[in-house]
Design a protein around this ligand. Structure first.
Ligand SMILES: [Zn+2]
Length: 336
């Protein structure tokens, strides 16, 4: 039995796990729980661990045994009393029929006599009809059935659903915990400078798992090249950015441009460098600072956020055309 599994894998989740399991141990638990957090904090792992504990037939205090049949079925994602309701295509909503189907299934007795668990990993996939159908279940939940609902933002759910659940806002760990976790988990014992690790963590809104992914990715290794191309594009022709932006990493790159421009604004405002996102790119920040005045940077940021929203929201859009439009707008602001 791996007693401190959560503690060792994602230490920032330990406290949440302990508190929720404590409720179940003392029969003070709720029927439905909402977990609201950024991506990249390991919430899916937390929920699996809680589910394992609820289903485990050989619990050891707050820990599941990890070896009984139920634990293994949960680990393999095939426990017959666990219903994970999601649409594999993230943008497609869950229809009301799916919820009606679920009601039929959970109104029957459980297969393994340990209750039932319904898990919605993406609450925002519910539309008005399916949200209302879920609300009806939460108003009169079947016996011994628990609900785990996940969202990135409280606004993704109906206030009436919110009021029927225990709400857990899960925050990223503080910077020191994030940095020490990243140092332990970097691939092939990579030795990166603390400023670089810190910058990745800040760029990823302090979500350590996302920062780890970024640090292990080739685009991080090429970040200096990216920023140098950005500077030379500002100096010569903004349209030169098209060749590097027009690929699957576009959202990353737009975030990077946005965040470095925010740092340039901080520099204009004479904010202490220790509060910057890109602590490892101070010379680039100074170069942009010398090239573009603050009012123009503010306008550029607005454009970047506007076009980023379009790229996220509309799936079927011609990416290249959107990027060209963005670059033309940036050029217009820059040259005005
Ligand atoms: Zn077990």
């Amino acid at each position: 039995m791996k007693k401190n599994f959560i503690l060792s894998k994602y230490p920032w989740l330990n406290n949440y796990y302990n508190k929720i399991i404590y409720q179940f141990q003392n029969k003070k638990n709720y029927t439905a729980y909402i977990f609201c957090s950024l991506n990249g904090l390991g919430i899916t792992f937390l929920i699996y661990e809680i589910i394992k504990w609820i289903f485990c037939i050989n619990k050891q205090k707050i820990y599941s045994c990890s070896i009984c049949n139920n634990c293994i079925l949960v680990q393999k994602n095939i426990h017959p009393d666990l219903y994970i309701i999601k649409n594999n295509i993230k943008q497609v909503s869950i229809g009301v029929d799916c919820i009606r189907n679920l009601i039929n299934k959970i109104s029957k007795t459980s297969y393994r006599d340990v209750g039932k668990i319904v898990w919605f990993p993406y609450l925002k996939q519910l539309n008005d009809f399916s949200s209302n159908a879920l609300l009806k279940i939460l108003e009169e939940p079947p016996k011994n059935t628990y609900f785990f609902l996940q969202c990135n933002n409280k606004n993704e759910l109906l206030p009436t659903i919110y009021s029927r659940c225990q709400f857990w806002n899960i925050f990223p760990p503080n910077e020191e915990i994030g940095i020490s976790w990243l140092k332990k988990n970097l691939q092939n014992n990579q030795i990166l400078k603390k400023q670089s690790i810190k910058s990745a963590l800040r760029i990823c809104n302090y979500a350590p798992i996302n920062a780890l992914y970024l640090l292990n990715n080739n685009i991080w290794k090429n970040r200096n090249i990216f920023y140098n191309i950005l500077i030379s594009a500002f100096e010569t022709d903004v349209m030169n950015l098209l060749s590097i932006l027009n690929n699957k990493n576009i959202l990353f790159y737009l975030d990077w441009i946005y965040l470095i421009l925010l740092d340039v604004i901080k520099l204009h405002l004479q904010i202490n460098l220790k509060f910057f996102y890109n602590l490892d790119q101070i010379s680039i920040i100074y170069k942009i600072f010398n090239l573009i005045i603050m009012d123009k940077i503010k306008l550029m940021i607005k454009k970047i956020l506007f076009y980023k929203k379009i790229l996220i929201k509309i799936n079927t859009i011609n990416y290249k055309l959107i990027i060209i439009n963005l670059l033309l707008s940036l050029e217009e602001i820059y040259k005005s």
